[in-house]
Design a protein around this ligand. Structure first.
Ligand code: PMP
Length: 296
């Protein structure tokens, strides 16, 4: 996968610069220790033009992630959103994944930095986990303990945990991993939140030991608007195995159904599930097509 070429521009601190000549600080604290914070947004080509979905929420979360780890965040989010739209235009992108990254400067100490930079890149990226129903495993790798790491912040170093879990899942013939929390409850996937359907109700793990996904929040809003009962509750492996259907949510992956967890295949047809209705409504929302549910 090629993320950039000679013509690609990124936004770096105050200017648009060529991605290929942006350079990297070999003594950067982010590079050595994973001390950085980032976001993942998506821009969709809608009948209102290119629109970044929930841009304010994503940049607010970026500021919060930086604050949580003591990384200076001195930018105005409205300007960053404007720069993101400008970046899409400069790179001729109508639909894209957008990646802002806040990273520190040279610092080999294990103390928080007082200098930070921001980089925003964008590239065309199809649904992160593809379009097919997923096969996922319950990973032997657990989510980081919130007492040792601010798991609600989107912090670079945390993704080693995700890389290990997803790589292990793929090595074992699955598409993605589900991770348990420190108490043995099913928390979420490597970079998506989890929902299950049981007896016409939707369940998802509560905030606390999970990453607070913006898509997760959107799914909860959709459930309320469509009058589907949504319950936030800690879920055991047994709950997952005995569910009627399940799906994952995330900006990169969108809403994607799961057909199999470990050796267990869900009996309900995805197309008949509540998750499939939520998936349609989500597409409708991001594309700003208000009457999508009625049209199909
Ligand atoms: N969990 C983790 C660990 C993530 O990195 C992400 C993606 N940012 C999500 C869940 C989904 O979050 P969102 O819906 O905000 O993209």
């Amino acid at each position: 996968m090629e993320y950039y070429n000679q013509d690609t521009l990124i936004y770096l601190n105050t200017d648009f610069v060529q991605a290929s000549s942006a350079g990297i600080d070999m003594f950067g604290q982010s590079l050595h220790y994973g001390y950085g914070a980032f976001e993942g947004l998506r821009a969709y080509s809608t009948h209102n033009g290119t629109r970044i979905f929930k841009a304010e929420e994503h940049f607010a979360r970026l500021a919060k992630s930086c604050e949580t780890i003591g990384l200076p965040f001195e930018w105005d989010n409205r300007t960053l959103i404007e720069k993101s739209y400008e970046l899409l235009e400069l790179n001729n992108l109508r639909e894209a994944y957008i990646r802002p990254l806040v990273f520190s400067g040279s610092n080999m100490h294990l103390t928080s930095s007082n200098v930070a930079n921001i980089m925003i890149a964008a590239w065309e990226w199809g649904p992160y986990l593809g379009q097919n129903l997923l096969r996922v495993n319950i990973s032997k790798i657990e989510r980081p303990n919130p007492k040792s790491f601010p798991t609600e912040a989107k912090v670079s170093g945390q993704y080693i945990n995700s890389i290990l879990a997803t790589s292990d899942a793929i090595k074992n013939g699955f598409d993605e991993a589900l991770l348990l929390d420190q108490d043995g409850f099913v928390a979420q996937a490597s970079s998506e939140n989890l929902f299950i359907e049981k007896d016409f109700k939707i369940y998802t793990p509560p905030l606390g030991n999970i990453f607070p996904g913006i898509t997760r929040e959107t799914v909860i809003e959709i459930c309320k608007s469509l009058n589907f009962e949504i319950i936030e509750k800690r879920l055991t492996i047994k709950h997952i195995y005995e569910a009627d259907s399940a799906f994952l949510s995330g900006t990169a992956a969108g809403i994607i159904g799961i057909k199999q967890i470990d050796n267990m295949i869900f009996s309900e047809d995805w197309e008949d599930s509540i998750g499939a209705s939520i998936q349609r409504k989500y597409k409708n929302l991001v594309l700003e097509q208000e009457n999508y549910e009625v049209i199909i």
